[in-house]
Design a protein around this ligand. Structure first.
Ligand code: CS2
Length: 494
């Protein structure tokens, strides 16, 4: 089989091997600027948009992908070399691979190289939506103070260098300023991150920043920018070297960075787009009035479920999520956590069969073909726990409900933060707060409560005697008996 480098020129030659964009990409105008062109965006929003563009009458919704951080230089270079094209490899439940080339990213920019180019693009009249996957930590929210974190050095940089910002807050401020000065219409900021009330949080954090730097812009934003909430879902592991070579060997596609993902995908969006939007509902997205209950369900079951499997699995010595999910002890623990602690706090979810949803999650986690990396799941846990796990604890504490399972996972995370698993192997801890997590983890060997003192993660949880008690017991039990034995005893007792 001849190998073809993935780019515009070779696209038609690949038609026999895989599905390729069915539209003329050079005719598509940019209607969306997307910040954060990692695997998830490319498996989700860009995938939906590519499907939409197959209707050749739709020409206004191409995506300009923005790589915001220095660290994103690789994806920018790949997209540039491949004319924005990449292969999406869906790993089906029976192990077959469905491959398609996605063409929705028609422009790409590297912000650190040319910040003004990005600001101009965000302010351009044809752009109606600025969407974001900037990760949970990207919203710069401090759990302890419940406010915007002005101490972040990158924010300090933006305050001093408004024309050459580094954070999304600096970019959006400049783009809104230009729109206002030029008398242009506003636009929608659409968060696609795993944050409860992601639109609300995006709005609150952006306005906090703008209030400090351009207070006269606040009322313009309030009147001209909308911030719909959305629930996004598709498990997208990091691409492995064998995904890349496998694609080349089986299809002759020389793609430096394909994206692999599960077949399941869901997107529930609040219909609040001030400058118009693509008809994503025609390709499977759901538009609803209030997305908050769906988000809560997904974050506290799926994402928290991931953290449970990730942290416990890492301590046992597993490297992929399916290994943890297919360990009967761990999966029974997860099921109890979901049923006993999460389900009671979800309230009424009209039209959702929660039992089926939970069942489907266990099946998705257990998919042996996905091989989602435990390292990926455990990375940035300091930004994930406050959104995925701790709201369940706080809600249960308020109603004197059960917290055993969640407290156990927090204790396991404290031990994980020592950086060694139960067989003595080193763990790759990737976390913006790695140093403090490790310091507190070491102090926790003497007094487990030390870990809970990180207020920007745990807020006031350390003040709950009940939580501290159960957490400390779990901590000591894990140290003494190991995760698997404790887990077995816990659900046998129930
Ligand atoms: C994961 C998510 O990062 C994580 O911890 O839980 O990336 C998860 O795979 C996606 O939200 C699935 O929709």
């Amino acid at each position: 089989m001849t190998d073809y480098k993935l780019n515009n020129l070779n696209l038609s030659k690949l038609e026999k091997q895989v599905s390729i964009p069915k539209y003329n990409r050079s005719n598509i105008k940019t209607g969306i600027v997307h910040v954060g062109i990692g695997g998830f965006h490319r498996a989700h929003q860009a995938y939906y948009t590519d499907k939409l563009l197959s209707d050749e009458s739709i020409k206004d919704w191409g995506i300009c992908g923005v790589a915001l951080l220095d660290f994103d230089t690789k994806i920018y270079n790949v997209l540039k070399e491949q004319d924005g094209l990449y292969t999406l490899v869906v790993k089906e439940l029976d192990g077959t691979l469905t491959k398609s080339i996605i063409g929705a990213i028609t422009e790409y920019m590297f912000a650190p190289e040319n910040p003004m180019q990005v600001i101009e693009k965000m302010a351009s009249p044809e752009v109606k939506i600025i969407s974001l996957t900037i990760t949970e930590g990207g919203y710069n929210y401090n759990e302890a103070t419940k406010t915007f974190n002005f101490e972040n050095p990158l924010i300090q940089h933006d305050l001093k260098n408004p024309q050459a910002p580094k954070t999304i807050f600096g970019y959006l401020t400049q783009a809104f300023k230009l729109r206002k000065e030029r008398g242009l219409l506003g636009c929608t900021v659409q968060s696609c991150d795993n944050v409860q009330g992601n639109g609300h949080v995006a709005k609150e954090m952006i306005l906090s920043y703008v209030k400090a730097v351009e207070p006269e812009l606040v009322s313009w934003i309030e009147a001209n920018v909308s911030f719909p909430n959305s629930m996004v879902d598709r498990i997208t592991p990091a691409t492995s070297p064998s995904d890349i070579t496998g694609l080349l060997e089986t299809s002759g596609i020389d793609d430096v960075w394909p994206v692999v993902c599960e077949p399941f995908h869901q997107w529930v969006i609040e219909d609040d787009f001030i400058a118009g939007r693509p008809a994503w509902e025609t390709v499977g997205a759901q538009f609803v009035k209030d997305v908050v209950p769906y988000e809560k369900m997904k974050l506290s079951l799926l994402n928290a479920g991931h953290s449970v499997l990730g942290i416990l699995g890492a301590l046992i010595g597993y490297s992929t999520i399916d290994e943890a999910a297919n360990n009967p002890e761990i999966s029974a623990f997860l099921k109890s956590f979901m049923d006993k602690e999460v389900t009671p706090i979800l309230g009424n979810l009209e039209g959702v069969n929660l039992e089926k949803y939970k069942e489907s999650l266990l099946q998705r986690f257990g998919n042996i073909y996905i091989k989602d990396q435990i390292d990926r799941i455990c990375s940035e846990s300091s930004a994930k726990f406050p959104i995925f796990v701790l709201p369940t604890v706080n809600a249960q504490l308020k109603q004197n409900g059960p917290i055993e399972y969640a407290a156990f996972v927090v204790a396991a995370w404290a031990i994980y933060s020592l950086g060694v698993n139960e067989t003595g192997d080193e763990l790759v801890v990737k976390d913006a707060m790695k140093t403090i997590l490790n310091e507190k983890a070491i102090a926790s060997k003497e007094n487990p409560k030390a870990f809970l003192e990180i207020e920007s993660v745990f807020g006031k949880i350390k003040d709950s005697a009940e939580f501290v008690d159960i957490y400390t017991n779990s901590y000591n039990n894990i140290v003494e008996h190991g995760v698997e034995k404790c887990v077995m005893e816990m659900y046998n007792k129930d």
